[in-house]
Design a protein around this ligand. Structure first.
Ligand SMILES: C=C(C(=O)O)c1ccccc1
Length: 373
């Protein structure tokens, strides 16, 4: 029976324990280029079994928030090389979350100030974080998107492929496709954002087409054993929803099960909120989803996320339900979370006033605990 501290493999990626650092947007990379402060932040957390970096847009079109690091500029790839080298020097493993926000963006962040793109011209209705002309940061309403022309979609699939290649060039051990939280891949999947009438909309098979084309493109480029995906079947994040999440994600799991992926990273319930949250009028069955994936031949690591603590994470691993557990806020405040879990040491409390934007305060200044003798 495995435990939280046992090594394992997610596809081709060998990890020293099952404690995963979840992707966390921190808005501390001006001009979309990773910097030395980012190096320190990730290096401090290198004892995680696997670090999944913050979302990294594949193109400027895929960028939805100010000061997030991208993968689409040569200087960004150089910046990420310093991060991966530092984490590897500490014996850590790190993948980057490859991201296209779709409609969750603002014209000031888009190339030439154009409208963001989406499966359909349906606004996200939420807020995003931009930089005003005077340099101050501010939350702003997301801009109304335009619907992608069918002949544009292949180009975005290829942008994901290029992003995956850039990630490997930057020294990452692999990638996580951002298929969750109401961003572009999730927008194609779900009925509230995808009302297309071509072969990328309507049926479940059609709405999953974009996701599977992206998966096939990036696995062909860098190898399936280095590709994971994050999914959030019932999250309301960015005002996304689907009429029937269980059949939709059972189909997705069935299809992913045939593609040899390194891991499936699943957000249970509402992202960062109620684990029992559901859509479609009945509770979502996560065990059914995993069984569907395994029955289809899926051998990737099953990583679960949202509201776990040390004990519930240990139970998820020891029961065999999960192969890894991802922690977000706990890794913000505890760079040495693995050691603290081992020692059952007290945990630092995250300061949510410094989650987004700013400098070292609330980013690299959380203290570590000395290993208990
Ligand atoms: C990438 C994000 C996600 O997956 O929800 C994100 C973006 C901005 C703020 C918080 C989280």
């Amino acid at each position: 029976m495995a435990n939280l501290f046992d090594p394992t493999k997610f596809g081709d990626i060998e990890v020293s324990n099952r404690i995963v650092m979840a992707p966390l947007t921190r808005n501390r990379s001006p001009k979309a280029v990773p910097n030395d402060l980012n190096v320190t932040y990730y290096e401090q957390r290198a004892t995680a079994g696997l670090i999944i970096t913050e979302g990294t847009p594949i193109t400027q079109q895929g960028q939805g928030y100010a000061d997030v690091p991208g993968l689409y500029l040569p200087e960004a790839v150089e910046g990420w090389k310093k991060v991966t080298e530092a984490v590897h020097r500490k014996g850590g493993k790190i993948v980057t979350q490859v991201w296209h926000v779709g409609r969750v963006s603002h014209v000031s962040l888009q190339p030439d100030g154009v409208a963001p793109v989406a499966p359909s011209a349906i606004p996200a209705g939420g807020k995003t974080y931009i930089i005003n002309p005077d340099g101050t940061g501010a939350f702003a309403d997301t801009s109304a998107p335009r619907a992608l022309e069918r002949n544009e979609i292949a180009g975005i699939v290829d942008d994901f492929r290029k992003g995956a290649r850039a990630a490997i060039d930057a020294g990452f051990d692999g990638i996580e496709l951002h298929g969750a939280n109401g961003y572009l891949i999730d927008q194609f999947l779900k009925t509230s954002a995808n009302q297309r009438t071509d072969d990328y909309g309507g049926s479940i098979e059609n709405r999953a087409r974009f996701l599977l084309e992206v998966v096939d493109a990036v696995t062909k480029e860098i190898g399936a054993g280095r590709v994971g995906i994050r999914l959030s079947p019932v999250t309301p994040a960015n005002n996304i929803s689907d009429d029937q999440p269980q059949p939709l994600f059972n189909y997705v799991a069935e299809q992913l099960g045939t593609r040899g992926l390194a891991f499936i990273h699943l957000i249970e319930g509402a992202t960062g909120g109620d684990r029992s949250f559901t859509q479609g009028g009945k509770p979502f069955d996560y065990h059914e989803l995993k069984e569907t994936y395994r029955k289809a031949g899926g051998t990737g690591g099953w990583i679960v996320n949202n509201g776990y603590d040390r004990d519930s994470a240990a139970q998820a691993i020891e029961s065999g339900y999960a192969d890894g557990v991802a922690f977000g806020k706990l890794f913000i405040a505890n760079p040495d979370l693995v050691q603290r879990f081992k020692d059952k040491a007290p945990l630092n409390t995250p300061d949510n006033t410094t989650f987004y934007g700013g400098g070292a305060k609330g980013y690299t200044d959380y203290p570590s605990v000395e290993a208990v003798a």
